[in-house]
Write a protein that binds this ligand. Structure first.
Ligand SMILES: [Fe+2]
Ligand SMILES: [Fe+2]
Length: 289
């Protein structure tokens, strides 16, 4: 591909992102009693990685909503303002559905409220000394994480099919919408005058914080699950997550993209991926939400 063609493809992807209509798909995911406790690959290690993420999401999403809302006045462009409305609606539905999923986890003996409390404290720790713009930079960094994890969920069949069919649609729906709105916080951040150094520093600190917190939650969940000394599961799950083609190891190039000065989430055009899963899930958007 010539340089001109590459530039054109990139501009096309950016304009697809800029014009995107973002609306929530208002759907409820019931969890019947026959969902196995180790619902991911029949494996405690990997299931508890996913459960740790689900403990993080609802409070994280509350933070994203507050951060974007606090600088919404900068979304003067009507399209971006409409995208913000869609973003807020999508994230609040994600909260509702992960709360419902976490209620099911609570019924298996997990102390969900403890994890929510830790999350609330972690996300409040810098509040007295930081600005709205900083909290939006943190949101952009975490939205990049959710977008690259979502991309992997939708493109790696093995990963998706490891989830029990009762649980898979929730995660696929969430992944789809994370890609849908992946640039909204970023575009508001830019409109609000957010700088490159601030977003790059936020990404470094958030990566340390996010990985540290997820590892802590994972260990606590493994203890509660009485699996802390399950060496076989640590070896299997550790390899699947952190091996050479591991679910997390593979995210490295996409994570690094964020540090390019001219980075924009829609340089990676996911519109076809979104359209494919929209058809597969068969859930319509709810424009009234
Ligand atoms: Fe979300
Ligand atoms: Fe999001």
């Amino acid at each position: 591909m010539t340089t001109t063609m590459m530039h054109t493809a990139r501009e096309q992807a950016l304009s697809v992102g800029a014009k995107r209509e973002i609306a929530p798909r208002n759907v409820k995911f019931p969890f019947a009693g026959n969902t196995p406790r180790h619902w991911f690959d029949d494996d405690p290690y990997q299931t508890n990685v996913m459960n740790a993420l689900s403990m993080i999401f609802p409070e994280g999403e509350r933070y994203f909503i507050a951060a974007v809302r606090s600088l919404r006045e900068y979304a003067k462009d009507p399209t971006l303002d409409a995208q913000v409305r869609g973003f807020l609606a999508q994230e609040s539905l994600h909260r509702r559905e992960h709360d419902a999923f976490n209620d099911w986890l609570r019924s298996t003996g997990i102390d969900v409220d403890f994890f929510y409390g830790v999350m609330r404290d972690a996300l409040r720790v810098d509040e007295p000394i930081t600005s709205k713009r900083w909290r939006l930079a943190v949101t952009c960094a975490l939205e990049h994480f959710t977008a690259i994890i979502a991309e992997e969920w939708l493109t790696r069949t093995e990963l998706r099919e490891s989830a029990h069919p009762n649980v898979r649609p929730l995660w696929t729906w969430h992944a789809l919408e994370e890609l849908d709105h992946k640039a909204v916080a970023f575009d508001v951040y830019r409109a609000a005058g957010g700088t490159y150094p601030m977003r790059a520093v936020a990404m470094v600190l958030i990566t340390i914080g996010f990985v540290g917190l997820a590892a802590d939650f994972h260990t606590r969940l493994m203890i509660k699950d009485r699996q802390l000394f399950n060496v076989k599961s640590y070896l299997k799950g550790g390899w699947k997550c952190w091996g050479p083609r591991g679910y997390f190891t593979s995210l490295l190039p996409a994570w690094l993209r964020y540090f390019k000065r001219d980075f924009h989430p829609w340089q990676q055009d996911d519109s076809e991926l979104i359209a494919r899963y929209e058809r597969e899930l068969g859930i319509d958007v709810d424009r009234a939400a």
